[in-house]
Design a protein around this ligand. Sequence first.
Ligand SMILES: CC(C)(COP(=O)(O)OP(=O)(O)OC[C@H]1O[C@@H](n2cnc3c(N)ncnc32)[C@H](O)[C@@H]1OP(=O)(O)O)[C@@H](O)C(=O)NCCC(=O)NCCS
Length: 192
Amino acid sequence: MSSSSIVYRPYVGEPDLAQVMALVQSELSEPYVIYTFRYFLHQWPHLSYLAYSSESGSNPIGVIVCKQSMHRDTYNRGYIAMLSVDKAWRKRGIASSLVRNSIEAMKDDGVDQIVLETEYDNLAALSLYESLGFIREKRLYRFYLNGKDAFRLVLSIPPDERKPPVTRPSAYRAIQVSDYSDDESDDSVSSR
Ligand SMILES: CC(C)(COP(=O)(O)OP(=O)(O)OC[C@H]1O[C@@H](n2cnc3c(N)ncnc32)[C@H](O)[C@@H]1OP(=O)(O)O)[C@@H](O)C(=O)NCCC(=O)NCCS
């Protein structure tokens, strides 16, 4: 099957939530709770994408979850928090397309750089992101709850591709949740 039969769309709201959670929780080691998902998805729904195939019916086969925020009042930073593709649909370019969709959406929000962490031995993720231009910035000791180190990867957006930041009205009523920090000062005490 070619990847041309795959459709990508942004997150639309709570009806998507259970399926996003199922896809992420089945594949990522971190025990994310519903509040973590809502923290990202309620504030930045336009940065998160789902992939569908006509063969998979109403079940998404891939998902990416992202945010955008100012980092130390210096960088307008995009952050890829979660990425997961159903095992049966891998190696068809779906993750690459999800990441590209989110990169373009984050660029529309004016980001200077995009960062993420992945387990140091996740060769599929490292290869995927490096093929898209991300570089390894640092290794984070015992970053994950399972005790594994992470690599932080970063993609710098060239100045001529940056856009003025836009202010978006929130699509949702604000929900009080703890901030999910990607500040470097938090590396040694990751809350995840
Ligand atoms: C990592 C993951 C998202 C990749 O999804 P995918 O849809 O199969 O990826 P793509 O088909 O877009 O692959 C793009 C590139 O990534 C790399 N890649 C993907 N899977 C790979 C693997 N198993 N081994 C080595 N490289 C791999 C290759 O460079 C590939 O390009 P190529 O097909 O031209 O060789 C998927 O394996 C997954 O969901 N894993 C579990 C969750 C996870 O690790 N998420 C990332 C956490 S940050």
